[in-house]
Design a binder for this molecule. Structure first.
Ligand code: SF4
Ligand code: SF4
Length: 169
């Protein structure tokens, strides 16, 4: 009997007070997918292949990105234009193998391959994770301004800040 009375007059009001108190707090969740929180500056999402300002492809199929990839996720085959310019006839990234380390972005001498902010590329079929050159190459004419100038420096600054804040052993 005493236990029941304790539940009714102490435990339940105590629980209700906690619920009532939370009603006035700012929510910690967001209404995804209608609201999308900004990603951290160092976030590395889906890759894209950049172009020069005249629309030509930056990638010269040198293979440095593939060589630096620890997951063996990049495959390419080179070709030459009539003017003898080298380009990637085939360029594919297996996003299921990729560990989003960013080494390919760092290794690229042409600033051609980048990891963007896109994270909504879930699929129910494995084949859909093989991203071909058509999928990766930035659409032309551009639909939004190029981020090339900012992405790498922004990530380096964010990395330095996180290193400075890390405890020294
Ligand atoms: S993306 Fe860059 S590193 Fe990779 S093949 Fe093209 S030019 Fe070379
Ligand atoms: S992010 Fe890393 S794992 Fe993914 S393709 Fe680039 S180098 Fe390979």
């Amino acid at each position: 009997m005493f236990r029941v009375l304790k539940e009714v007059f102490i435990a339940i009001p105590k629980g209700m007070f906690v619920v009532f108190k939370q009603m006035f707090h700012k929510p910690v969740t967001v209404d995804y997918p209608f609201v999308k929180p900004p990603m951290a500056p160092r976030y590395r999402g889906l890759h894209f292949l950049e172009r020069y300002d005249d629309g030509s492809e930056r990638c010269v199929c040198c293979g440095l990105c593939a060589a630096s990839c620890p997951a063996d996720a990049i495959y390419m085959e080179p070709a030459e234009t009539e003017r003898g310019e080298r380009y990637a006839k085939i360029y594919e990234i297996n996003e299921l193998r990729c560990i989003f380390c960013g080494f390919c972005e760092e290794a690229c001498p042409e600033e051609a391959i980048f990891l963007g902010k896109e994270y909504e590329f879930a699929s129910s079929h494995r084949d859909n994770f093989i991203y071909t050159k058509d999928d990766l190459l930035v659409k032309w004419p551009r639909t939004k301004p190029s981020e090339v100038k900012f992405l790498r420096p922004m990530r380096r600054v964010a990395w330095q800040q996180s290193e400075e804040g890390r405890p020294q052993h």
